[in-house]
Structures are given as structure tokens and as C-alpha cells.
Write a protein that binds this ligand. Structure first.
Ligand SMILES: [Zn+2]
Length: 136
């Protein structure tokens, strides 16, 4: 059974490992929401933060076509690295798939998609999150 590549950022929500939600924290003092782990609010330094589901949809805020990948990159090259803004404010960087470069546009709606990544030697399969154009 593959597991989330980072359980502090992605929670798998079905047994098949095909659906999930991004997770983060919201500050009860100033309402700032962040993606990923937090023990205090980086905006107002309050410790009154609580975990929240951030869902799996957003809009494309910015993107880059990556032609020279980081060492060990398992995917295709070139690939699209998208910075996506969630409705609650935080931005999430991940690969954008199923989208021709010519179809990319800032502000387009995107949705989370879960992919299985083959294990490194001796490891287990990991589930990673990527973005794809939202279904019309
Ligand atoms: Zn705060």
C-alpha cells in the first residue's frame, strides 16, 4: 500500500490511494493559512494554530518550464513546475501534468491529482501530489 510522500502536506483519503487533500494550518488569531506543518503562526507568531484541510483545487499563479531537472528527478523533461494559489491563500508548488505548454495560462483552474512514484531501491511506493487542469 503506497503512502503519502509527506503526511504533513498530503493526506490520502481513500483506500485505493487515488484521492487526497492538501493539509496545513490556520491561525486563530489572524486567520492566515499556511500549507504544510506549523507550530506557530509565521505572520503574527501566535501559537493558536489548528490543522485544516486545504482541499485539492486552486488557480495557477505562476509557472516555469523546467528543462534541467534536479538530480534524481524521476519524471519527464521538460516539465512544468506550477505555483498554485489555494482558495484559502497559501501557494503550493508542484508539477503540472496533462497540460500542453501552449495551454498554460495564469489564473487557470487546476485540481490536485495523486500519482504513484516508484520506490528507490528497498523503499516503498510513494504517493505524490501534482496539478492538472481542472475538469471543465
Ligand atoms: Zn497569526
Amino acid at each position: 500500500m503506497p503512502e503519502s510522500v509527506d503526511s504533513r502536506r498530503l493526506r490520502i483519503t481513500n483506500d485505493a490511494g487515488t484521492a487526497g487533500t492538501l493539509i496545513g494550518f490556520r491561525c486563530n488569531e489572524c486567520s492566515v493559512t499556511v500549507f504544510g506543518p506549523a507550530t506557530f503562526c509565521q505572520s503574527c507568531t501566535s501559537f493558536e494554530v489548528e490543522p485544516v484541510d486545504l482541499g485539492g483545487s486552486g488557480t495557477l499563479y505562476s509557472y516555469t518550464i523546467v528543462r534541467i531537472p534536479p538530480a534524481g528527478w524521476p519524471g519527464h523533461v521538460p516539465y512544468i513546475l506550477g505555483q498554485v494559489e489555494l482558495p484559502s491563500g497559501p501557494q503550493v508548488l508542484a508539477e503540472v501534468i496533462d497540460c500542453a505548454h501552449s495551454d498554460l495560462s495564469i489564473g487557470m483552474p487546476v485540481e490536485l491529482t495523486i500519482q504513484v512514484v516508484a520506490p528507490e531501491e528497498g523503499g516503498t511506493e510513494k504517493l505524490v501530489y501534482k496539478w492538472r487542469p481542472a475538469a471543465a
